[in-house]
Design a binder for this molecule. Structure first.
Ligand code: FES
Ligand SMILES: [Fe+2]
Length: 374
């Protein structure tokens, strides 16, 4: 799991003036909306004696700890300590981490890391969002599998034939093979498009999009460690462009926010049938993902046997080495070892400018590249 990316905390409508406890990257956060409607995301642990801020209340533009009433503003500064009275001086060390937030695509994104604004990797772009001729629907999912295995699954063209019976010939076609394909690198990611033979779709709604067997153009890619796109051109004119933002809660528990953009069957009445169909497909993937061993990809590819169809997976794994080298991989082994004894926080941007934080910054995996750079 990597810090220094934007992660979805919740859907916009879920964030109100009632504090919401959200788990991301193995840590707890409190997310709330202030009186101006602005969303704030703070580390959830009160610096007094560990109170659960999300169990408290939003008062004015602050969140109030339920234990002794300390209040923290959206920047994480403690602005009230009832026990010392109005004249008491509030120590600077009481501050907690506050993370940048952004609302986009009806989702609340939090930047979990300490990079200054101009260095932050962007939220994956959805060019079709809000464009005429396109309609969006969201498919939310939570599951017991690693987000990395889920990303790899999206990047894998060979599984469709076997995992999704409606997409392929279920391994019955003697001439089946994944066509050779090329990967295109994009900033912080990679992807591919390919054309292959596929049957017509039998489902009532989907058959309106594809009522013939033959060439189907499709592809997928990733941007950063947790965001993927998929394009399925069911016919020359009927397209699905899907964008998935994953939020790892832990190594093996993930939330997925899939935004499906379509340029056909634009009437709202088709939303439900399309969603039902997509959930069937997701559930087919999850049966596989939740049973994979090891639950997270092995550290070296020599522990698995990759084929040419796995080349985007291999490229993704190369990227993980780059992110490790940047010092962004959370040492979750250390975090789990200390669970119940030490609380950690993902360092927020303010840590770059000030010292004296009560909560320790989360341990980071030290790699040879990172050590050499220091
Ligand atoms: S633990 Fe939060 S106010 Fe005491
Ligand atoms: Fe799949």
């Amino acid at each position: 799991m990597y810090m220094n990316y934007w992660y979805v905390a919740a859907q916009s409508h879920e964030v109100t003036d009632k504090p919401l406890k959200v788990r991301m990257l193995g840590q707890n956060f409190v997310v709330f909306r202030d009186s101006q409607g602005k969303v704030h995301c703070l580390h959830n642990v009160c610096t007094h004696r560990g109170g659960n801020l999300a169990g408290g209340k939003v008062k004015g533009d602050t969140v109030e700890c339920p234990y002794h009433g300390w209040r923290f503003n959206g920047e994480g500064e403690c602005v009230k300590i009832p026990s010392i009275g109005k004249e008491g001086k509030i120590p600077g060390r009481t501050r907690i981490d506050s993370y940048p937030t952004q609302e986009k695509y009806d989702l609340v994104f939090c930047f979990l890391g300490d990079l200054p604004a101009h260095e932050r990797p962007p939220i994956m772009d959805i060019p079709e969002w809000g464009q005429e001729g396109w309609r969006a629907n969201l498919l939310y999912n939570e599951y017991n599998a690693s987000y990395e295995r889920a990303v790899e699954n999206t990047l894998d063209p060979a599984h469709n034939e076997f995992v999704h019976p409606t997409h392929g010939y279920s391994g019955e076609k003697e001439t089946y093979a994944v066509p050779d394909y090329a990967i295109t690198d994009v900033p912080d990611g990679a992807g591919f498009m390919m054309t292959f033979k596929s049957p017509e779709l039998k489902d009532n709604t989907m058959s309106k999009l594809r009522n013939f067997a033959g060439d189907l153009e499709a592809g997928a890619g990733h941007v950063g460690p947790h965001q993927t796109w998929t394009q399925i051109h069911m016919s020359p004119t009927n397209w699905f462009h899907q964008y998935t933002f994953r939020t790892p809660e832990s190594r093996t528990r993930t939330r997925g926010y899939l935004i499906n953009m379509r340029n056909a069957l634009l009437d709202e009445k088709h939303d439900e049938a399309i969603q039902v169909r997509q959930r069937v497909i997701q559930d087919q993937d999850l049966v596989i993902l939740e049973a994979i061993e090891p639950a997270i990809p092995p550290v070296t590819n020599t522990k698995e046997v990759l084929m040419p169809a796995d080349r985007t997976v291999a490229r993704y794994r190369q990227y993980t080495k780059e992110w490790n080298g940047k010092g962004w991989r959370i040492d979750i082994d250390a975090v789990e070892r200390d669970a119940g004894k030490v609380v950690y926080a993902i360092p927020s941007p303010a840590r770059r400018d000030s010292k004296g934080w009560v909560i320790d910054a989360v341990p980071i995996v030290q790699t040879a590249t990172k050590q050499a750079a220091e």
